[in-house]
Write a protein that binds this ligand. Structure first.
Ligand code: FNR
Length: 184
């Protein structure tokens, strides 16, 4: 099983990127989790769709080839970061060629506050539902007060959170199996 993972933060020491690394570390042998690069995409401009950017076309192909998509979003001003929305907008276009259609998706998030990106996660779930992705509802994944849960190298060290990551990944793998086993 092949999962493509998106971090909504471009920051080098991002907790959301480090959280994805914790999912990678928890993955069983038959599950591979690869990080998507959204940093090279141009700013979305509908005029540019006619000469579709190669970086966006490549990302769409990776989304379509993946069995599932894992998205870790920070919360910026109670919503998702612009860089993440930019990537979603490119990969949903041109109209009628939305790469997220029918894909199993799991939304997770980390923040330094106690709200743990919950509001941003709900905004992202709304976007994913509109794009007809199969969004996993439970378990919700909230990593609040993230600054106390990783070591200086960005490794998740909080034992409760590590258990939470293992259970969440198991649930997502089951969700992917259920969605992909459905007749189309
Ligand atoms: C934030 N932060 C933040 N946190 C939160 O819980 N709710 C919020 O609405 C916001 N708003 C916000 C806006 C902007 C522009 C920034 C830069 C930050 C703090 C945020 O949780 C913190 O910076 C995280 O560390 C961002 O995630 P990464 O980069 O560590 O993955």
């Amino acid at each position: 099983m092949n999962i493509l993972a998106f971090s909504g933060s471009l920051r080098k020491d991002s907790f959301n990127t480090a959280l994805l690394d914790a999912f990678v570390a928890a993955a069983p042998e038959d599950v591979s989790i690869e990080r998507a690069d959204i940093s090279t995409l141009p700013l979305f401009n509908e005029d540019a769709e006619a000469a579709f950017p190669q970086a966006a076309a490549d990302l769409k192909a990776k989304i379509r080839a993946a069995d599932g998509l894992l998205i870790a979003t920070p919360e910026y001003n109670r919503s998702i970061p612009g860089v993440l929305k930019n990537a979603i907008d490119w990969t949903s276009r041109p109209y009628g060629d939305n790469a997220w259609d029918g894909k199993p998706v799991y939304v997770i998030g980390a923040s330094i506050g106690p709200v743990s990106a919950a509001i941003a996660q709900y905004d992202l779930k709304k976007v994913m539902l509109y794009l007809n992705a199969h969004v996993l509802g439970q378990p919700e994944f909230h990593l609040g007060l993230a600054q106390g849960k990783f070591d200086a190298a960005g490794v998740l060290t909080d034992e409760d959170s590590k258990g939470y990551v293992r259970k969440a990944l198991e649930a997502f793998v089951s969700h992917i199996r259920m969605v992909t086993a459905r007749p189309s």
